[in-house]
Each structure stands twice: as C-alpha cells, then as structure tokens.
Design a protein around this ligand. Sequence first.
Ligand code: ZN
Ligand code: ZN
Length: 356
Amino acid sequence: MRLFTCPCDGQLLHFENSRCEACGENLGYLPEANRLTVVRAEGDALAAEGEEGRWRFCANAQHAACNWLVPADGEEALCLCCRHNRTIPDLSIPENLSLWQRAQVAQHRLFYTILRLDLPRPTKLENPETGLAFDVLADEAMPTGQNVMTGHDSGLITLALAEADDAERERRRTAMGEPYRTLLGHYRHEVGHYYWDRLVQDGGQLEACRAVFGDEREDYGAALQRHYANGAPPDWPMHFVSAYASAHPWEDFAETWAHYLHMIDTVEMARAFGLGIAPKADAAGALAAEIDVNPYREASLDPILEAWVPLTVAVNSLNRCMGAPDAYPFVLSRPVIEKLRFIHALVQSGEAHTAG
Ligand SMILES: [Zn+2]
Ligand SMILES: [Zn+2]
C-alpha cells in the first residue's frame, strides 16, 4: 500500500480516508490512476481534482463502505472492487453493517493489490465461468445450527461475516492454534485459490507449479480430513509457510500466495515511509536494509526478500515493546522462498495480465 497526499497542502492521507483533516474537503479514490483526491460537486456529478471527467461515488459509499469513484456517465453504480459483491449481509441489522464495513476495508485492500498487479478480475456477470465474486454471509442467514464456512469454489469466495468480529475471530484463531488470522489474510488466501485456477491451471503452469508445490491431484477431501485428524507433520516449518499449508498443494499455494501479498504490500508501505533498518547491535550488518524497492516493478524476488526479513524482525520487535503479538509470526525456510519465487514470477509474467 502507498501513502497519499491531499492536493490542499500535501497533507498525508491514508487509503480509507474520505475527508482531509487539514482542509476538510471530501476525498475519493481513483482506482485506475491509484490516486486519492479531492472531489467537489459539479452539476449532478463530482469533479475530481487533477483528473478529467465526471465522477460519482461508488453506490456503497451510502453505507460508508467504499470511498472509490466511478465514472458518472458509465452504467456501473459500483466501483472496480464492489461490483464483485454477489451477496452482502442484511444491513438493516446494525451489527451486520459495522462488521460488513470492516470486511470491505479488507476487500478494498485486496483489490488495491489486484489492480497494482494488473491481474485478471472479471466479475461473474461479465464471465460466469472465469469471473470472481464474493458472498459475505452472516450466520443468521443460514439454516439453524449451520455456520458460514469461509472458502472458495470456482471463483465464488464466501467470507463468514463472523470473521469481522474481533472476539470471534480471535476465538477461532486460538481454537485452531494459528499464529495469525485476519480478514485481509482470509481475502488474500481465498483469492489465491481463484488465481491458481486462472494463472496456473488456465495459464498452462500446472507442471511447473507441481514441481514446486507438489501434485494437486491428491484427493483434496481426504487430505483435509487427515490434516484435521492428525495435524501437520512435525517438520512442517522446514517445508511450508504455515501448518495449514501442509494439508494439500492447493492450500500450500493459497497460503504462500497470501504471504506474497502480505510481503509486497508491506514492503511498498515501508518504502513509502522511507524506512531503513540498520540495527546498532548488528555489527555484521546481517539485518541492515535500505527499503527502496518497488515490489511491483522488480523482476526478481531477491530485493524484496532482502528488505522483508530485516523489516519483519524490526516490526515484530516494535510490537513486542507494545505488548502486542508479532505482526509477522512466520519464518521463511528455503523451500518456502522457492515457492514465493514461483508466485512472484507467475504474477510478473505477461501471461498473468492477458489471461481471463
Ligand atoms: Zn486537504
Ligand atoms: Zn465501491
């Protein structure tokens, strides 16, 4: 994620801001230009400072769930992110509204990266077969006694609204013995399954992917049953980024994909802040890094990794000073780095941008 500045006097802005604290002007995000800018009423539409054309807010702005702009003269009422929503919770229930707003913050951050990587992103209306859609569902919409299961099926991502409830998500994290569980992590993981379909299977990368992640033709249902019955093999950290990644090659890909998105998003922000890591106690300089890498422009994963490892050690240490858990409770083994390398090459390839 990048930082933004207001046209007023360079006031620093964040991705979700809808109003500048310095000048009081309303703000809207232009996804294609990747700019957050001042918008003012002009006739029956909005003018966006520094950008041609007539604009309006995405229809989800009425729910305080989106600050993105859409062309006022187009047919789409929803922005490039929100038009992928197939089902949303019943917003007349006040609790649902606040949980759904949180889910949308994560979903917009996911789409920021999808757009920066210029990955294929048809909606299910544009292409029922290869399109991407989201159902964000509350448990009360389910038959009695059933809970919504977060998951992916042929481009349809289901997110349990309950995962937006901090207490409930933390309860599940503890019950599952996971070191990390976030809404954004869920979105990044599930969309990893979608991009396996698009970029690996449809992109002619099956053999190359199997060489790195293993053979996904292994019975998926049986693999998950085994994982939940026996847990991960004791030596999983030598081979996988998480215990769950050891369940099946599809889960390994989705977990590693999510990690890759964590990395590039965080490295971009560290660069936006001009961060450099140079611990005085590190005489050998093993943890020194000038974080000046644009992860969206690097042909190789190496400069990203060289920034990532010192950055995560520093951020984890800062979190511990605040009594907070590690922001990045993971260790990247050599095989995991090779998997990340595969995903970096996959999203950087020209194929990724013409598929779908
Ligand atoms: Zn301003
Ligand atoms: Zn929107």
